[in-house]
Design a protein around this ligand. Sequence first.
Ligand code: TYM
Length: 336
Amino acid sequence: MAKQRILSGVQPTGNLHLGNYLGAIRNWVEVQENYDNFFCVVDLHAITVPHDPKILAKDTYTIAALYLACGIDLNNSTIFVQSHISAHSELTWLLNCITPLNWLEKMIQFKEKALKQGENVSVGLLDYPVLMAADILLYDADKVPVGDDQKQHLELTRDIAVRINDKFGKKKEPILKLPEALIRKEGARIMSLTDGTKKMSKSDPSELSRISLLDSPDVINKKIKKCKTDPLKGLEFDNPERPECHNLLTLYSLLSGKNKEEVKAECSEMGWGQFKPLLTETTIEALKPIQEKYQEIMDNQGYLNGVLKEGKEKAEAVANNTLSRVKKAMGYLTLN
Ligand code: TYM
């Protein structure tokens, strides 16, 4: 039986943080053998907020190299850049024309980001989830491994696919496949180091709020030293009064590979003075092999270019096929 397909992606806006890694990429790596995988660097999404053209290409390389450094295996997976495949933009337009405006206005991420941008908010930011739907639907993805914050966008993707199928498909022959979100319980929502009630995010103005995968040991040490804690004795999971404590223990559990029970047994009697150096050491050790591999890949641009060229070819064949299917169903003229 053919393997089910996975598609996922990350925006090239700065390098990745522990939320992106633990919420998404680590899960891609863990399940990749069981699926046929497509992982894209979503550079068209990266310009939905103001961006710097001088660093877009460099950031795109960085993310592709980090996919490989985190353990994406090219024997099971295809890595490509979203803007290299014009079908993403073209399907977005077709989907735009059947998506009601009020579906997009309800998106939580749009509302949050739009608030920050005031009058400068672009049409692109509103349309972001439709482009994401096109990314997923073009590859007939069965599963989409993402963090918790993308759940609503996945529901919208399914609604858009149902609408296309209902309007233009035949009952027994749907045009687009309905994808499912793959969200792991632990790590699906890693919180900020400076406020345990807020998501760790690339757009937080404070660098101290997140640990990036390429942070040096000194920087990691400084960020964990300064991270927010509380004055209570002992450490515990799941106490709503102690969001920072829950988040830091979760980070320790995921980065050390110890389960919740093991972490409870090890840390429940500890104070912050004992726990912080332990978390620092564990984080540095977990990121070291990723950082070493990343450097190797970045030192060999020829190799990375080759990976992305091959990725483009493989992805383009699949994407163009789906695009033709949708255009045909929508009644477009084709010349033979
Ligand atoms: P981006 O770049 O904002 O996030 C990439 C992935 O990281 C997850 N994530 C988190 N997980 C846990 N805790 C956090 N604090 C945290 N912050 C981010 C996100 O859920 C995501 O899985 N819209 C997508 C990019 C995208 C995409 C797609 C994803 C575009 N097209 C198609 C899947 C399929 C995004 O949020 O990127």
